[in-house]
Design a protein around this ligand. Structure first.
Ligand code: AMP
Length: 580
């Protein structure tokens, strides 16, 4: 059943995608006419608002380039250094994929667009799964993170935190979600997760959707359930929340809903005690009709595990967005994660695309130098081509590199559809060669296939460029898990060495040449204890990363993070020979 709300959303998508060019041009004109007088744009445009002049004179920038301006505003200078509108605060990007969190100004209008974005990305999902809001509740794991006060008196929050604070979201929360607001804002991530699971289990018959923003947080919740199921069930049986929960907000929210229910506790215990956890999501939440979380990009590695737990429920990646701007929506929610494309909507930001060379037969280091390349407009991108995304927004970002590489897969009306390829600049490199996130993913995928017949699965990985002694070499940290029914505790060292070699063989041409000439030493896999990547996540969250927006880094740069991984290594393996 589609509601009027959904029909309106679908109609709007058709209008927006049909008139993409006009809407983009109007949006740019509006942004420039409002902001041409700012200190920043005056330097390049001298008060003019012409599109061609904008493209010719305004430089393509990174977060580092804009940081001095944004810092001045955060330190109390007037925002019209960068933007004409008054600002309401700052967003912090998650800071886990590329380094430290960045601040971005937020205006009231910019924040409003998010409610519209919500309608736009929900509409295609509702078309397939019916009106979720009428059918029951969403069990989505949501984690607000403490806000930071800047010297200007304005606060900086993660995007997800600011959504959780908005009135339209708060109005939906009690009716449409299982988690009460107190659990979302609980400052202790473990207590928050425990209570959100408790509430989700108590209301299991109402749950129509299970999810989180990114796949990693949902998997974390399932593992947490595996480890704390007895405690959760005894809470449900006794009708009181465990002593581990000390947060007063969580305790009082729990006291309103939890009542002794031994029958429900036994049922959940029985399901959780079943030999296999295959399809556990479906068994625990029988009315759920899909699993909602982003499974593309760096989250691809979690797809197989989530498919195992979800027991055939579709995994839906509904949108593509970043702290800088909302960008695209998934018009085909039933599409497999590997095939998901996001249709860009022209009213969300002014988009430009920097062509990126994607010839992987040679070497990724030959990637063209983007700085001198002309950008392509939204409606003029070409299918099959790779681009780096730039956004210009009403909130003071002009020709700003988001840091993502996307590939055009087609068009919906006149709006292009993109597959997420990789984060730019998170490549691992020990010499002149550069290995991208996508290169690594491909090599890991090929190597981990060797573990399959042995009953092991790779659950998490990251990389590190070890240049402590020449020649440098690639280190891969792998966390492995035994498949259900496999009693063999250790992986055969010969197979692990073979995995190292298979990775090297799958890497690009330059890597292999350098390896052959001993400019790069043999690739190493360090197997870490189970739970290591949870510890890494905990470390990052304790240092300011948002749990809702957490993305496991593809390459470790911080010494502290490296220490966490190294202290949990249980086996080291090296490639036995040079590839080629
Ligand atoms: P944040 O820094 O927390 O705003 O995270 C934004 C980043 O998350 C984007 O720039 C992407 O790298 C990644 N991201 C967001 N949505 C998706 C998606 N649907 N698929 C893949 N990666 C995504």
């Amino acid at each position: 059943m589609e509601t009027k709300w959904c029909e309106d959303g679908l109609r709007m998508i058709e209008e927006l995608t049909t008139n993409a060019e006009r809407i983009q041009d109007e949006l740019l004109r509006e942004i420039l006419s409002r902001n041409a007088g700012t200190e920043y744009l005056r330097r390049f445009l001298h008060g003019q608002t012409d599109k061609q002049l904008f493209k010719k004179n305004v430089p393509v920038v990174t977060s580092e380039d804009l940081k001095p301006y944004i810092d001045r505003i955060a330190n109390g200078e007037r925002p019209d250094i960068l933007l004409a509108e008054p600002i309401t605060g700052f967003f912090m990007s998650s800071g886990t994929s590329g380094g430290k969190p960045n601040l971005m100004p937020v205006t009231a209008e910019f924040a409003q667009k998010r409610e519209l974005f919500h309608t736009l990305y929900e509409s295609p999902v509702m078309k397939h799964f019916g009106d979720i809001n009428q059918a029951g509740k969403r069990m989505e794991f949501m984690f607000a993170r403490p806000e930071i006060e800047t010297p200007s008196g304005l606060t900086a929050a993660s995007v997800t935190t600011s959504i959780y604070k908005e009135s339209w979201f708060r109005a939906m929360l009690p009716k449409c979600y299982t988690s009460p607001v107190e659990t979302i804002f609980c400052p202790e991530p473990e207590q928050s997760l425990y209570c959100q699971l408790l509430f989700g289990l108590i209301q299991r018959d109402e749950v129509v959707l299970v999810g989180s923003v990114f796949a990693s947080a949902l998997l974390r919740a399932i593992k947490f359930l595996e480890n704390h199921r007895q405690e959760l069930c005894s809470d449900i049986k006794a009708g009181q929340v465990s002593h581990r929960i000390t947060d007063s907000g969580c305790r009082s929210a729990s006291s309103l809903i939890i009542k002794p229910n031994p029958q429900l506790a036994d049922l959940i215990e029985n399901i959780c005690n079943s030999k296999s956890w295959e399809g556990i999501i479906r068994k625990l939440w029988p009315k759920a009709n899909h699993v909602r979380c982003i499974c593309t990009g760096v989250m691809r590695q979690y797809t197989a595990e989530l498919e195992f737990y979800s027991g055939g429920l579709p995994l839906v990646s509904a949108f593509y967005a970043c702290s800088e701007a909302q960008c695209g929506i998934n018009l085909e929610p039933l599409c497999k994660p590997a095939d998901v494309s996001y249709t860009f909507l022209p009213n969300l930001a002014y988009f430009e695309f920097l062509p990126v060379k994607n010839d992987h037969d040679e070497s990724t280091e030959m990637r063209s130098n983007n700085e001198d390349t002309e950008t392509v407009d939204l409606v003029n991108v070409k299918p099959g081509h790779h681009y780096e995304l730039l956004v210009t927004t009403s909130a003071g970002l002009y020709r700003y590199k988001v840091g993502d590489v996307l590939m055009v897969t087609g068009f919906h009306n006149n709006a292009p559809q993109f597959q997420f390829v990789e984060r730019q600049n998170v490549a691992i490199s020990v010499d002149q060669e550069k290995t991208s996130e996508a290169d690594l993913f491909k090599a890991v995928t090929e190597a981990k296939a060797l573990l399959d017949p042995l009953g092991f699965v790779l659950t998490e990985y990251t990389s590190y460029a070890d240049t402590s002694s020449p020649p440098g070499h690639y280190v891969l940290f792998w966390e492995l898990k035994q498949k259900e029914g496999n009693h063999c505790k250790e992986v055969d060292p010969k197979i692990m060495a073979e995995c190292c070699y298979r990775m090297e063989e799958s890497l690009h041409y330059t890597y292999k040449i350098y390896r052959k000439k001993n400019i790069i030493a043999p690739l190493e896999i360090r197997v870490v204890k189970q739970g290591t990547f949870d510890a890494l996540m905990d470390y990052n969250v304790a240092n300011g990363a948002s749990l809702s927006q957490y993305k496991r880094p593809s390459c470790i740069k911080s010494k502290e993070a490296l220490k966490i991984l190294d202290s949990r290594v249980i086996g080291k393996f090296f490639s036995p020979k040079s590839p080629l």
